[in-house]
Ligand binder design. Structure first.
Ligand code: PRX
Length: 666
């Protein structure tokens, strides 16, 4: 039921670039930035991109020198569509690439992580910790030894359900050190959502904490984990980190505190060499069915692309303080909090809490105090800063910033210009980076010293990435026309499969447009060849940059005893990109009421997590369906947006349903 083009995405309703009086349509790289940048010319960049596609073996064979190999690979790529193997025969270890090699090269005293906790009141020192590369190596080794003592072996899966504290990074790298795949679950997910993911991934050991701080409140992580593990005996051991300090019940024989687990362990743990294709992690994301899918990434191709994009896109310099505001529970946190920056020996800034807690300027206060050089955040956050008022930004000295990034959803040109002017002082380039959980690393983005930016466009594919915008038959559409965004070549950081469901991998990604990877996005290419992402073309909803599945929310709704059927759609929202609107029909005898609507919203939040709470629940007598009984969500999108349903309704079983819904009649 894919719909070509969410025409009402936030980024779409704004005037096209250049239409604002006096605003430039194109922003060339600022000269002072370009002079020091690693890549300075479009010609050089285009030549690199050309070569990456004309001679992928030569290009990637050389590029792979960015990693430390324990055993060199024999072949760059084995492509038997839709299955790719990259760097065949090579052996390496991801944690050794992120730690050991830097320490061995004499950078043990360089700061790897600078962390700040959420609890803070202005004028007081914030809680902070700094770990050098030598410290991080020791912590990771100790925890890897602890995991091994708890029974974790190469090839196992370990669940991680932690707040954004250094131990989250330690736990991920400790898994990588043993060749065990981690499966990080965002700490905002509810017990049910956690259980589904741990169970699907076949997790043996879970690493969690007593609680997490969030906006001054506390999230009971251990209690959530206990609830999730009821009926899930496969998770035989649980490591509990002390964070908020409250007393939590410990189940004898299963639970052990982090401190206890590492107490007798050595700070030396030789990294286990794994095959280039060995699974580094499984990360769950929403798709078009009710079940989230475990995206599997392979060690070498993923790590290499994370490292190279740190150079290409973030122009990383040794003295940078790199702050990606994402949580490690999402792909952005995996790739640009942990693997990319650490593989490239960056200093990562890590902040535990909400960017506007306890005051709207917490983020800018941090940038000023810590002297952040590179800030990578989401359009929703940027729009919330605009709303809060420029004074929260301008009273801080942000002169340490040299580069700004955006990710997760289309950035509307006004937000882009505000970010550029108010935050970046017109001196920092902006990289609007398009990618996905599945692409592993940034795939489309400006290269900041080279690419002239157009606000709202992610510009051009990076080396190794071949983008096309095609119609339903897979044929490229003319410039300026909307179509489906596909990637027509395999790339090193591509997902390898859906955990436990290889059929779904082939079906969801490689069959919509035969032989090409379907991204699920709508896009267009303008007359200058710039790529504009319009939004999702499937039943995935992006709320505040978080990815949710309509079907997932629908199954949460129908698990409520009052609900017969549910259909969930996105409504354009000027702040958060989209808002969630749920249409529900009630079981016999059920009466629509405001308290019931509230109860249903709360039920979804409790079943999946607060990020999935519908903004609106609308009761309906019947839902629009095809004769074969499939709910037609596209009409509901029009109705949710307050528009008259349009498009071909001839497949509907009962046309009168639409007018009743539009009049809001149950
Ligand atoms: O729709 C696109 C949107 O986010 C989707 C991927 O979501 P997820 O797997 O959660 O990964 C988000 C972080 C990489 C894409 O299919 N998206 C991501 N970046 C952009 C974007 N849309 C427009 N512009 C972007 N820069």
């Amino acid at each position: 039921m894919a719909r070509a083009g969410e025409k009402r995405e936030a980024g779409r309703r704004t005037p096209p670039p250049g239409s604002l009086p006096g605003a430039p349509a194109v922003y060339p790289p600022p000269r002072a930035f370009a002079e020091k940048a690693r890549f300075r010319s479009m010609d050089e960049l285009r030549a690199l991109w050309r070569r990456s596609l004309d001679d992928p073996d030569g290009f990637w064979g050389e590029a792979a020198g960015a990693l430390d190999w324990i055993q060199p690979f024999d072949r760059v790529l084995e492509w038997s569509p839709p299955h790719a193997q990259w760097f065949v025969g090579g052996h390496l270890n991801a944690s050794a690439n992120c730690l050991d090699r830097h320490v061995a090269a004499g950078f043990g005293e360089k700061r790897a992580i600078v962390w700040e906790g959420e609890p803070y009141s202005p004028g007081r020192a914030a809680e902070e910790r700094t770990l050098t590369y030598a410290d991080l190596l020791a912590e990771v080794s100790r925890f890897a030894n602890a995991l091994r003592t708890l029974g974790v072996k190469t090839g196992d899966r370990v669940g991680i359900y932690l707040p954004l504290v250094p131990e989250a990074v330690v736990a991920m790298l400790a898994c990588a050190r043993l060749g065990a795949a981690h499966s990080v679950v965002f700490a905002g997910f509810s017990p049910d959502a956690l259980r589904d993911r741990l169970s699907d991934a076949g997790v043996k050991v879970l690493v969690t904490a007593d609680g997490a701080y969030r906006r001054g409140g506390r999230v009971p992580l251990k209690a959530n984990a206990d609830a999730a593990l009821e009926g899930l005996p496969a998770v035989s051991r649980v490591v509990v980190l002390r964070r908020t300090g409250e007393k939590v019940p410990m189940k004898p024989g299963r639970d052990v505190s982090w401190d206890e687990a590492v107490r007798r362990e050595s700070a030396v743990c030789p990294p286990v060499p794994v095959d280039a294709e060995h699974a580094l992690f499984v990360l769950y994301t929403s798709g078009t069915t009710g079940r989230p899918k475990g995206i599997v990434h392979a060690t070498a191709g993923y790590l290499l692309s994370c490292a190279l994009t740190m150079r290409w896109v973030f122009d990383l310099a040794d003295e940078d303080l790199f702050w990606c505001t994402a949580d490690v529970g999402w792909i952005t946190g995996h790739s640009y909090v942990v693997y990319g920056p650490l593989a490239e020996r960056a200093t990562v800034f890590l902040y535990e809490g909400a960017l506007n807690w306890p005051a709207p300027d917490r983020i800018w206060d941090i940038v000023e105090r810590r002297k952040v050089t590179t800030l990578y955040t989401a359009p929703t956050a940027i729009r919330s800063f605009i709303k809060a008022g420029d004074e929260h930004v301008t009273r801080h000295d942000l002169s340490s910033l040299r580069l700004l990034g955006s990710v997760g959803e289309p950035i509307n040109p006004e937000a882009w210009r505000w970010y550029h002017r108010v935050v970046g002082g017109e001196r920092c380039p902006i990289v609007d980076t398009w990618w996905q959980t599945e692409t592993g690393a940034i795939a489309v983005s400006p290269v900041p010293g080279a690419t002239p930016a157009k606000p709202g466009s992610a510009t051009f594919p990076l080396p190794g990435i071949a983008t096309e915008v095609v119609d339903a038959a897979g044929e490229p559409v003319p410039a300026g026309e909307e179509g489906r965004l596909v990637l027509s070549r395999p790339w090193p950081a591509m997902l390898r499969t859906v955990h436990g469901d290889p059929g779904r991998y082939a079906e969801e990604y490689w069959s919509e447009v035969p032989g090409k990877y379907f991204t699920g996005d709508s896009a267009k290419i303008d007359e200058d060849g710039y790529l504009w992402i319009i939004g999702r073309n499937d039943d995935v909803i992006k709320v505040s940059g978080h990815r949710l599945g309509s079907a997932e929310i629908e199954s949460a709704l129908v698990s409520h005893p009052a609900v017969a059927e549910a259909a969930v759609v996105a409504r354009p929202d000027p702040d958060r990109g989209s808002a969630i609107v749920a249409f529900v029909t009630l079981k016999g005898g059920g009466r629509p009421s405001e308290p019931l609507a509230q109860a249903l919203r709360a039920h979804v939040a409790a079943t999946i997590g607060p990020i999935a709470r519908p903004d609106q629940v609308r009761f309906a007598g019947v839902l629009p369906k095809t004769r074969s009984g499939k709910i037609v969500r596209r009409f509901l999108r029009d109705i949710a947006a307050g528009e008259a349903p349009h498009g071909d309704a001839s497949t509907l079983e009962d046309l009168s349903v639409l007018s009743a819904l539009a009049r809001d009649e149950p």
